[in-house]
Design a protein around this ligand. Sequence first.
Ligand code: ATR
Length: 266
Amino acid sequence: MGKNTCICAVIGYPIGHSISPAIHNAAFRKIRINCYYKAIEIQDPKRAIDEMIENNYRGYSVTIPHKVTIMKYLDEIDPLAKKIGAINTVINTNRHLKGYNTDVTGAMRAIRDVMNIEGKKVVLIGAGGAARAIGFGLKEVGTDILIQNRTSKNAESLAKALNCQYSKIDPTLIKNCDLIINTTPVGMHPDINRSVIEEIPENCTIMDIVYNPIETKLLKLAKARSCKIINGLGMFVYQAAEQFRLFTGKEAPLELMRKVAKERLS
Ligand code: ATR
């Protein structure tokens, strides 16, 4: 690493499992750019920001639990990220720190690979940060959303923000829906034998944002019902590719990033 190497990092707590360094570093090497991406396990978002300024880091990927709390330390927030109320990327341009949310565009791109989403009926399972980001993306293209969540209070508050309906998690309440998206961590490694719903409605596409494992129990159940599926790898790779573009100003080598992510996850 030379004096002019641009440094990027993923910040979060815990961070040990992250595959982001592998995919970003592979992409930097591929397009021969003098950047290095590392993982910083850090509990205090303010300290992460101080380190960014001190060491002149170019960019951060921001993950749990900092996506909301870090916002108050930034100079500028991209309008869509502001609406969502969470960021997942910080770009440092001559000490001016700007926050973005690439989860939204990542999710929308993954959905568009499989279907036209405009005007469709979508059930969002979960009401946390990921549901909020995807919900705003879906709302922008005029979808009809139903939120299903374990805790009614959280469902209600997101439903208010998105101006949509909500209910408890119950597949029998899902009628004529085009797409169901699991935004909860249920089914994620090591709990791979769990699914947020066991009964899969017919004729409906099923998306899981969990990407570890790539084929979750929910997606297996969906396949058994002959439903189309969207796994979490697409959203993960697309959001990373958009971060890469923000870090470097260059298009990301998408297929390479997808290949490295797949290798790391299997
Ligand atoms: P993120 O920011 O990644 O979306 P989060 O804000 O912690 O994470 O949100 C997690 C979501 O998954 C919440 O909607 C949570 O439901 P509650 O609102 O009831 O807490 C949901 N979730 C987490 N574990 C769950 C489980 N075992 N069963 C059902 N829903 C779960």
